[in-house]
Design a protein. Structure first.
Length: 367
């Protein structure tokens, strides 16, 4: 019997795409207040005859068909470092309690929640404690894990996933997931710095300009590190300082970008934008985290090209067919970029869905 699920805060359907790709899951309805991603959702999926409510606060549990799993990527802006981090003081932050209200009323066998990793540290951990306490009070057991999308798609995207269940036999059966990425930093021969040997098929050590010593992780990958960078016709004077690396002193911190392969660059049109302190990545590193506000690009053969909306959708694991169905609804590129940035990563959801399905089959929870 299929696991019936309700897609809450559905966006463009990342949860649904992942679960349906696994098989053994059936969607009974969704909830999405933003009309633009909802238009895309209805174009991508056949939602005829399914339950729908635009506002989670208006959901009447008595009107929803029974389901076995609720999926919810409740709004993350209240907890994200990219936002003001107001938490429960932000109306969007309180929408978790709408998930809790539905869990209490319908008592599904499972739930799957997703949010930014900033939720772990928000308000010194008290926000997460409030969420966990609410889940425990309703009789749910749960486990959580921070997963990086780079193990499933070429995009670095760390997110917090919480899986809950009423049957205690499921404990420890979901996380951790097995890594699917062959391009990890793999050490073949250990030893002190300068003596280690790494697998050539894995990713390289992080290259930075400030580390010295034997085998130090040195390299130049910034085009310009000045607080107010400018593109100049002539290179700045390069000043040699013993073991100084690249500094932040004006007129000193010049560097070169040795380009032999395409590289990821964040917001090409905004020279001051950084993500985790970086503007340009090494050739074989994954793309920067796709967000609803930043635009991403690639540097290749001396030229910078912004990623197209379809490429951002691909980085989240959506198929080209799904993208073209959404685009055919007349949605602007700006909307399509934003939708991709707000979505969950489809293959990550599929991996979690496989575990949920396996546990359900093992213990015959949903009959």
């Amino acid at each position: 019997m299929a696991i019936r699920f309700f897609d809450m805060f559905s966006g463009i359907g990342g949860f649904r795409s992942g679960l349906e790709a696994v098989g053994g899951f059936e969607c009974i309805g969704h909830c999405e207040i933003d009309p633009y991603p909802n238009t895309a959702y209805n174009a991508i999926f056949d939602t005829r005859g399914e339950y729908y409510c635009d506002d989670a606060r208006k959901i009447n549990p008595d009107n929803i068909p029974d389901f076995d799993l609720v999926c919810a990527g409740f709004p993350c802006q209240s907890f994200s470092v990219a936002g003001k981090r107001l938490g429960f003081e932000d109306t969007r932050g309180t929408l978790f309690f709408e998930v809790a209200r539905l869990l209490k009323a319908k008592r599904p066998a499972f739930f799957l929640l997703e949010n930014v990793v900033g939720l772990l540290s928000h308000d010194a951990g008290r926000t997460l404690e409030t969420i966990f306490s609410a889940l425990v009070e309703m009789g749910y057991c749960f486990e959580w894990c921070v997963l990086d999308s780079r193990y499933y798609v070429p995009q670095q995207r760390k997110r917090l996933y919480i899986v809950g269940y009423l049957d205690e036999r499921c404990a420890g059966e979901i996380f951790p997931l097995e890594s699917r990425d062959a391009k990890n930093l793999r050490q073949i021969i250990g030893g002190s710095q300068g003596q280690r040997v790494y697998d050539p098929d894995g990713i390289a050590c992080t290259q930075c300009a400030g580390s010295g010593g034997q085998g130090g992780k040195t390299g130049l990958y910034f085009i310009d590190l000045n607080p107010d960078p400018k593109i100049t016709d002539e290179a700045r004077t390069i000043i040699a300082r013993h073991n100084a690396g690249v500094t932040n002193h004006k007129g000193v911190n010049s560097g070169v970008l040795i380009e032999d392969k395409p590289r990821a660059i964040i917001s090409p049109q905004k020279e001051t934008v950084r993500q985790n302190g970086r503007r340009v990545k090494e050739p074989d590193e994954p793309m920067f985290t796709i967000t609803a506000t930043d635009r991403h690009g690639v540097v290749h053969e001396g030229r910078i090209r912004t990623l197209m909306p379809i490429e951002c959708w691909r980085l989240q694991g959506f198929t080209d067919e799904q993208f073209y169905k959404a685009q055919a609804m007349g949605l602007s590129d700006a909307r399509l970029y934003k939708m991709a940035g707000n979505s969950v990563t489809v293959p990550v959801i599929a991996a979690i869905g496989e575990r949920i399905r396996a546990v359900n089959e093992k213990y015959q929870i949903v009959r």
